[in-house]
Design a protein around this ligand. Sequence first.
Ligand SMILES: *[C@@H]1O[C@H](CO)[C@@H](O)[C@H](O)[C@H]1NC(C)=O
Ligand SMILES: *[C@@H]1O[C@H](CO)[C@@H](O)[C@H](O)[C@H]1NC(C)=O
Ligand SMILES: *[C@@H]1O[C@H](CO)[C@@H](O)[C@H](O)[C@H]1NC(C)=O
Ligand SMILES: *[C@@H]1O[C@H](CO)[C@@H](O)[C@H](O)[C@H]1NC(C)=O
Ligand SMILES: *[C@@H]1O[C@H](CO)[C@@H](O)[C@H](O)[C@H]1NC(C)=O
Ligand SMILES: *[C@@H]1O[C@H](CO)[C@@H](O)[C@H](O)[C@H]1NC(C)=O
Ligand SMILES: *[C@@H]1O[C@H](CO)[C@@H](O)[C@H](O)[C@H]1NC(C)=O
Length: 547
Amino acid sequence: MLPGAWLRWACLLLAARLAQPCPVGCDCFSREVFCSAEELAAIPPDIPPDATDIVFVETSFTTVGTRAFGGSPNLTKVVFLNTHLRHFGPDAFGGLPRLQDLEITGSAFSNLSADIFSNLTSLGKFTLNFNVLEDLPEDLFHQMDALEALQLQGNRLQTLPGRLFQPLKHLKTLNLAQNLLVQLPEELFDPLSSLQTLRLSNNALSGLPQGVFGKLGSLQELFLDGNSIAELPSEVFSQLFRLEKLWLQRNAIGHLPLSVFSSLGSLTFLNLQGNVLRVLPAGLFAHTPALVGLSLSHNQLETVAEGAFANLSSLSSLTLSHNAITHLPAGVFRGLEELINLYLGSNNLTALHPALFQNLSKLELLSLSRNLLTTLPEGIFDTNYNLFNLALHGNPWQCDCHLAYLFSWLHQYSDRLFNIQTYCAGPAYLKGQVVPALEQEQLVCPVTRDHLGFQAPGLEDREPGGSWEMAAEERAARSPCTYSNPEGTVVLACDEARCRWLNVQLSPRQGSGSPGLMYNASQEWDLKSRCGSVRVTVSIEARAGEP
Ligand SMILES: *[C@@H]1O[C@H](CO)[C@@H](O)[C@H](O)[C@H]1NC(C)=O
Ligand SMILES: *[C@@H]1O[C@H](CO)[C@@H](O)[C@H](O)[C@H]1NC(C)=O
Ligand SMILES: *[C@@H]1O[C@H](CO)[C@@H](O)[C@H](O)[C@H]1NC(C)=O
Ligand SMILES: *[C@@H]1O[C@H](CO)[C@@H](O)[C@H](O)[C@H]1NC(C)=O
Ligand SMILES: *[C@@H]1O[C@H](CO)[C@@H](O)[C@H](O)[C@H]1NC(C)=O
Ligand SMILES: *[C@@H]1O[C@H](CO)[C@@H](O)[C@H](O)[C@H]1NC(C)=O
Ligand SMILES: *[C@@H]1O[C@H](CO)[C@@H](O)[C@H](O)[C@H]1NC(C)=O
């Protein structure tokens, strides 16, 4: 375990071993002492008195007696990693008035008594990760008034005493992840008025008391993912005015009270992925206008009400993939002016309204993969000037005259398709053909065939593994930047090395009278993007005509 820590210390020590007195089985480097000898029988009595840091890794002694480090009063940091510690004397870390950082990680003790840690009044950071603690005495943190970070991750805690955190008025970070907590006393976190980050991920919580976070007015990030929460009390987040990130993924939430997020005016990220939501109440996000990222993937949504995302005018990423959505109302994305990434893959969409993506002028990435789409309506991407990453694979495309709009869009912007392996499912003579490789003349409609009545055969998943979202995020991380003018008539997309396409519309969109660009003339545009700005100059030079 923890090979990183090993290596880091080993390198330091190899680099500079000093010939100062050092306990057998340890290495001393300046005022840092590193002990890793398995045969070390106890805490060495001859630790240099001026030591400030001491670290034990994989040592086999089992006991730390009373005031074991009393001879080195300047210690600020004491660490035990993957040792065999099981017994601590009373006041084991007494006599260390400067102790700021105490860590005991990866040992096998299951109980602790409060007198071990009495008087640690200067301690700022206390880590007890990955031991097998089953419960904690109520007064364990007595006198730890200065504590700012407490880590209890990866133990076997099932319950906690209600007054456990009473002294911790300055605590900023509390990590209780990966325990076996089934429920929380309602008053448990009340003293933690300075708390900024609370991790409760991967426990066995099946619910939350209404007032459990009621005093956490400073909380910025709350992790509740990986529990078994089925219901959220409607007021449970009502005092979290500063909360910015809320992680609720991988629970069993099937229903959200309408007002549950209504106090979260600072919320920027909300993850509800992997629950069992079937419907979203309209107005659920009416009071979270700061939201930038929202994930609802891997739920059981069959549709989303018009107005469900109203007021999310800062939202840049919306993930609705892996649901059972069969249709979407025309205006469901209305007002999402900042939307850049929209994931609708792996649903049951059979048709889309022509205005569904209207005015999403910043949209750069759209996944429609793995749905039941046979065609796309005329004009559907006409206002998505920045769209350059489109996933269409895994749909039963009918390659006939109804696909003409999509086909010409793809030809115009040939490098925008995320996955070229986008096949026709019909008609029979085009089945299995790659859509963008077809010729316009092949997209014909037999007069007799009823297009809509045509039942498409299931199309196999032809993309070799991998999640599209992941790949697309990687792609986005390689920094494609889309520059455009405010009107969206001139758009330039560049990735890190070069600019990949330029789209210039010279005549205005709705005849506002201004002419296009004259022969032998040029025009300049200053285009802006998240990455900065560029100037584009277009010149048109008429050459003498050839016969
Ligand atoms: C502890 O640190 C103080 C101040 O840095 C110093 O004066 C004192 O000598 C140190 N004590 C020991 C035992 O080295
Ligand atoms: C746990 O309890 C046992 C029995 O009471 C005791 O011997 C042991 O020292 C305790 N361990 C710790 C780490 O306090
Ligand atoms: C606690 O620390 C103070 C100051 O360092 C000391 O005077 C006192 O004796 C200590 N008490 C215990 C119980 O160790
Ligand atoms: C949210 O949007 C709705 C409908 O667009 C509007 O009536 C309401 O006032 C908005 N609420 C807030 C808090 O902005
Ligand atoms: C969605 O489609 C899948 C596969 O075609 C099907 O098994 C499932 O029942 C559909 N779900 C809904 C809600 O229509
Ligand atoms: C798009 O914008 C136009 C002009 O502002 C407006 O008339 C239209 O209703 C908008 N469409 C949608 C779906 O928001
Ligand atoms: C544009 O310039 C070319 C020479 O560079 C000239 O032959 C042509 O007549 C000019 N056309 C117009 C419309 O001025």
